[in-house]
Design a protein around this ligand. Structure first.
Ligand SMILES: *[C@@H]1O[C@H](CO)[C@@H](O)[C@H](O)[C@H]1NC(C)=O
Ligand SMILES: *[C@@H]1O[C@H](CO)[C@@H](O)[C@H](O)[C@H]1NC(C)=O
Length: 288
């Protein structure tokens, strides 16, 4: 009898201890869906978490080395951390570790949840935005494409770096172009930010789009975003640009005007001939 009471007591103690630990675990949410968002080397680590009073501290490591505390993301309540200045545009593999900590953090207790990020190589994987550019038709069947290198989120001694500063000779530009009114697109790859697209028909209008192109990167990130489209003016541009509907309208208006002229002139002739006739009869019937 005494034994069974004892074991019941033990069971109760165990159960309550178990419920305390599980309550503790559920109230310390781990970071979820950890992912890198990186555009022009401005690189932010993002995650989601259930709302709570807990804080997050972000550690990062380069090429599987030691974990380093990210100095701007210590015990933060937000669910993102800007790592731009730590990982820059380095051609190395970075990982991050997001550790959940309670508000009143006790260094001795080290069993709070944490989540590793996927690996990320900024040099190979940062997205590159669309470039601004200008086109100018030269008179020898070439078009000059003049591209402004997009700026990055990185600075060197106060100067904002462009993607040319980062990639140097590994930056090419892809120009995609087609003759106005035709569907056949052609590509042209240039080593520099100023390029002449050759072999175009003189006097015709062409449309161009450009994108940064990195032959040394993996296929998935080899190309930056496409720019908007720019067209050169052909010699017959205005007439070519008119739609079929506009042409039908113009012909219709011309026909209407022609018919109006014919009708008016026929009516006028008849009227004046009649007037002449009445004048003549009036003259002949008058007594001399
Ligand atoms: C780059 O852009 C693609 C397409 O928008 C997106 O799916 C991807 O997550 C982006 N990568 C980074 C590192 O921001
Ligand atoms: C290209 O554009 C830059 C700035 O937009 C300008 O300074 C330069 O003169 C242009 N070059 C040519 C060849 O058009």
């Amino acid at each position: 009898m005494e034994n069974s009471v004892k074991s019941l007591l033990y069971l109760g103690v165990c159960l309550s201890a178990w419920s305390i630990t599980t309550a503790d675990e559920t109230s310390a949410p781990a970071a979820q869906d950890v992912h890198w968002v990186s555009l022009d080397f401005k690189t932010i680590l993002r995650w989601t978490a259930e709302p709570s009073d807990h804080r997050y501290t972000v550690y990062y490591a380069e090429n599987h080395g030691d974990w380093v505390e990210s100095r701007d993301c210590i015990r933060i309540s937000e669910s993102e951390c800007d790592l731009t200045d730590h990982i820059k545009a380095l051609d190395r593999t970075f990982s991050a570790d997001i550790r959940t900590e309670p508000e009143d953090y006790d260094n001795d207790v080290d069993d709070y949840p944490h989540t590793y990020s996927p690996q990320f190589n900024p040099y190979k994987e940062s997205n590159i935005s669309a470039a601004d550019f200008a086109v100018e038709a030269l008179d020898n069947g070439k078009v000059m494409v003049n591209i402004t290198d997009p700026l990055t989120g990185l600075h060197d001694r106060g100067r904002q770096l462009s993607i040319r500063d980062i990639f140097k000779n590994n930056l090419k530009y892809k120009t995609s172009y087609y003759k106005s009114g035709s569907t056949g697109k052609r590509d042209f790859i240039a080593d520099s930010s100023q390029a002449e697209v050759p072999d175009l028909d003189v006097g015709d209008s062409y449309c161009f789009m450009v994108a940064a192109f990195f032959p040394t990167r993996p296929k998935a990130t080899q190309q930056g975003a496409w720019s908007k489209q720019l067209c050169t003016k052909g010699q017959w541009n205005i007439l070519q640009d008119l739609s079929v509907g506009t042409w039908v309208g113009i012909v219709f208006v011309l026909l209407a005007v022609l018919i109006a002229i014919i009708v008016v002139s026929v009516l006028c002739c008849r009227h004046s001939r009649q007037r002449n006739k009445t004048f003549q009869t009036a003259q002949s019937s008058s007594p001399i």
